[in-house]
Design a protein around this ligand. Structure first.
Ligand SMILES: C[S@@+](CC[C@H](N)C(=O)[O-])C[C@H]1O[C@@H](n2cnc3c(N)ncnc32)[C@H](O)[C@@H]1O
Length: 304
């Protein structure tokens, strides 16, 4: 496969991921202001706003607060369906929002229009692995869950750094990988927390070897660049962004959410409890599956 073919598969994966959520009537579960309730079994825990809000809600709000308030120019690097660009536009920034998948860009544009924000966000499709960003242009750049999809995160961070104005802010959330030494926490919480009846019965069926009903064949291959550069993200941040404020986040919550489905009636409570366990583990020095980064470009670019 060539790089271009892999990029096409990556875009096809995300187009499918987002249109699946759209078909459930919940394309904007990520939007801080308009997260919608879904009661149909989610395709993926990230598509369930109850999990998203409980586990990553305060993380999102805190990081966005670090981005500050406009006026100014902003960039959402890997915007997906565009919730982050929308939120920064609401905070007064004129946004550029770039993503590989043209279908995601279309969803983002439609939603920005519904929210009356289409004049404040310029959405377009491009490969962020190579896209030449304009120099010293942005007051804020936000990257949410994207660096680990890029084969060269260091090169991307260098281009982003050069695109920031002096004093401009870069906010990042990304995936570092699950620390398997925390596996027993996931195992025990999975056993002890309330479980949705259908998830319980399918677990019993699996244990008894009765098998699962075969899932329909997926129309797309997996995202070929998923997790392609996880281990180089932290070294790249430390090298390119000296003095960055780096924090660990979510040691077990998201990993558990991939295994455990709580009953709808108590899901907010269950995931709020899991968020509490995450904070407890962090306070005991556990490493997070995710990291957040805030970096402010020096006023004299030669000083770093
Ligand atoms: C996990 S999603 C995150 C999307 C968005 N930031 C959010 O928080 O919802 C990863 C995104 O990265 C985009 N992506 C992956 N590789 C890319 C590339 N080479 N160029 C541009 N976008 C890319 C995908 O299309 C997808 O929208």
């Amino acid at each position: 496969m060539t790089y271009e073919e892999d990029l096409q598969d990556e875009a096809a994966f995300w187009a499918h991921f987002n249109s699946d959520a759209l078909a459930r009537g919940t394309p904007h579960w990520l939007d801080l202001q308009n997260a919608t309730r879904i009661d149909r079994r989610p395709y993926n825990p990230f598509n369930d706003h109850r999990i998203e809000n409980a586990l990553r809600g305060s993380l999102k709000k805190n990081l966005l607060d670090q981005a500050g308030i406009g006026p100014g120019r902003g960039l959402d690097f890997g915007c997906g369906i565009g919730w982050l660009a929308l939120e920064l536009a609401r905070r007064g920034f004129e946004m550029d929002a770039i993503d590989l998948a043209p279908d995601s860009i279309e969803i983002a544009k439609t939603y920005a229009k519904e929210q009356g924000m289409e004049d404040r966000i310029h959405h377009f499709s491009a490969d962020l692995g190579t896209y030449p960003l304009p120099q010293q242009t942005y007051d804020v750049v936000a990257i949410w869950d994207v660096l680990h999809h890029l084969p060269d995160p260091e090169g991307a961070l260098q281009r982003i750094k050069e695109s920031l104005l002096p004093g401009g802010r870069l906010i990042i959330l990304d995936h570092l990988g699950f620390d398997s030494s925390l596996g027993s926490w996931v195992k025990w919480l999975d056993r002890l927390l309330p479980i949705a009846p259908h998830a319980f019965f399918s677990r019993i069926r699996r244990r008894l070897g009765w098998g699962e009903s075969p899932s329909p064949p997926s129309p797309v291959v997996d995202a070929p660049f998923e997790h392609c550069s996880e281990e180089s993200i932290l070294p790249a941040i430390e090298k390119v962004l000296p003095g960055a404020h780096i924090s660990s986040a979510l040691p077990i919550g998201i990993h558990l959410a991939h295994h455990h489905e709580a009953p709808v009636w108590c899901a907010p409570l269950v995931w709020t409890f899991v968020a509490f366990v995450d904070r407890f583990l962090l306070s005991r020095g556990a490493s997070g599956e995710y990291l957040t980064v805030v970096w402010v470009a020096p006023n004299d670019p030669k000083s770093d």
